[in-house]
Design a protein around this ligand. Structure first.
Ligand code: K1U
Ligand code: ZN
Length: 175
């Protein structure tokens, strides 16, 4: 297994949209295993393929206390949303930023597992929030998109400064 590089805002590749997975093979299983290892190491409770610059429509999630209940969702879609609440969210692609986001409280999800078998289930609480957050990533959306332009600019400047400090020799990217 391998630790993958997580893209940070404002990297434009975070705006890519994921593509439907049609091939369920060893390479997809390896991507899922690498994403889980990367998520646990970060640490986080979810990770979407777009965050590690892979176009396949895949998310991994583990909201369990003991980090022993991994969930891999291929081609996930939300079929139903009910209720609304506001909760602080973080994001491994926007490190150090926590902002309240309004999400549905209860959702119904359809997806495939790593063998391509269809699964359907209902989710609430943190799992429902995390699934909605990860599915937004698959559409190129970030949880900070609904903040004011000024607030997002401040976050962008802060992360760009941190990136320059971490990689002083890097040539400027087209952001
Ligand atoms: O997609 C991501 O960037 C992962 C993100 C998921 C998420 C967090 C909170 C609300 C909705 C979605 C994270 O995991 S950020 C890190 C985090 O929340 C966390 C880290 C360690 C323990 C518990 C939570
Ligand atoms: Zn995120």
């Amino acid at each position: 297994m391998a630790i993958l590089n997580i893209l940070h805002f404002p990297d434009p590749r975070l705006r890519n949209k994921a593509q439907v997975v049609k091939t369920f093979d060893a390479d997809l299983r390896k991507l899922a295993a690498d994403m889980l290892e990367t998520m646990y190491q970060a640490p986080g409770i979810g990770l979407a393929s777009i965050q590690v610059n892979d176009p396949r429509r895949l998310v991994v999630i583990d909201v369990s206390e003991n980090h022993d209940d991994p969930l891999c969702l291929v081609n996930p879609v939300i079929l139903e949303k009910h209720g609304e609440h506001k909760m602080d969210e973080g994001c491994l692609s926007v490190p150090g930023v926590f902002e309240p986001v309004v999400r549905a409280t209860d959702i119904k999800v359809r997806a495939q597992n790593l063998d391509g078998e269809a699964i359907e289930f209902e989710a609430d609480d943190l799992l429902a929030v995390c699934i909605q957050h990860e599915l937004d990533h698959l559409e190129g959306k970030l949880f900070i998109d609904n903040l004011s332009n000024l607030k997002r600019q401040r976050i962008r400047k802060k992360l760009e400064k941190e990136s320059r400090q971490e990689h002083p020799d890097a040539v400027g990217q087209a952001l």
